[in-house]
Design a protein around this ligand. Sequence first.
Ligand SMILES: [Zn+2]
Length: 287
Amino acid sequence: MARNPDDRRRLFRRISLLVACIVAGLVLIAYLASPEQEETEIAVRYDLTLDGKSWSTAIDEGNIRVELGQDAAKLLTLYSTGSGNFVSELDLAGSNPSVSNQFGNLLWPQCTRIATEIFIDEDIPATTRAQMRDATIVVFLWLKELTGLDIVVTKGSSERGQESSTAAHRISTPDDNTIAIHWVDKTNTVMSPKELAVATMWATLKRGQQIPRSTRIRLSSTVFDTMPDDAIERLSRKMAIAHELSHAFGIGHSNDPDSYMYPMLTPSASITPADRAALALAGSRAC
Ligand SMILES: [Zn+2]
């Protein structure tokens, strides 16, 4: 078949284009099939029967550096690396991580800014709504201090900026890197009468590591009706909120009845040195 030079050039261009398309296709297939790109969405719902397994996987992930108060430091075995202390062993006296599975513990990386949103059911009286908002903010600030994580309240932080917890909100998945708190009236059927709090957590599995993505927490107004308005360190509404919010930061239940993370808050509940150590550890995940 005779071809003039123009035909040949056209044919060459077509073949080149075809080869380029095949190469691009193969690259795309390789990219999509690569294990590094595998992402699986996992949803973990935990409640008051939650019981994690071990903190040791968090340490195995490496790069865990913590600064602790004297009491808390006694619970850990540390060795100095020159750029901080590396935790080699720990006895957190009853504390457990909230999620511990083959992918390690579910902890927020230090460089993630965690947006927190407060939604309150309009069926709750205005005075109580204001108290709920203030108590929740106090607990967030306290957790920010003890974990060292970058936590900011972005919604519902003032009376003018208050946000209602609607039926649609309560079942929605929060945006990425967001913790959404819903205060729900105790008569609302979204919570069973015995349920004080329910937390649902979403995570992304990336390169064999699970990273928190968002958390939704529903708190019943019963917490406010049955507990005293006192400091975080004593049995109080704030302590109950701290218990539930600590789940969102990777802290599970404690086996120690005197811990604020024991499944049932008792009159002797306090924030134990082990709890402080666990909070510091929970905020020590490298980026
Ligand atoms: Zn709990």
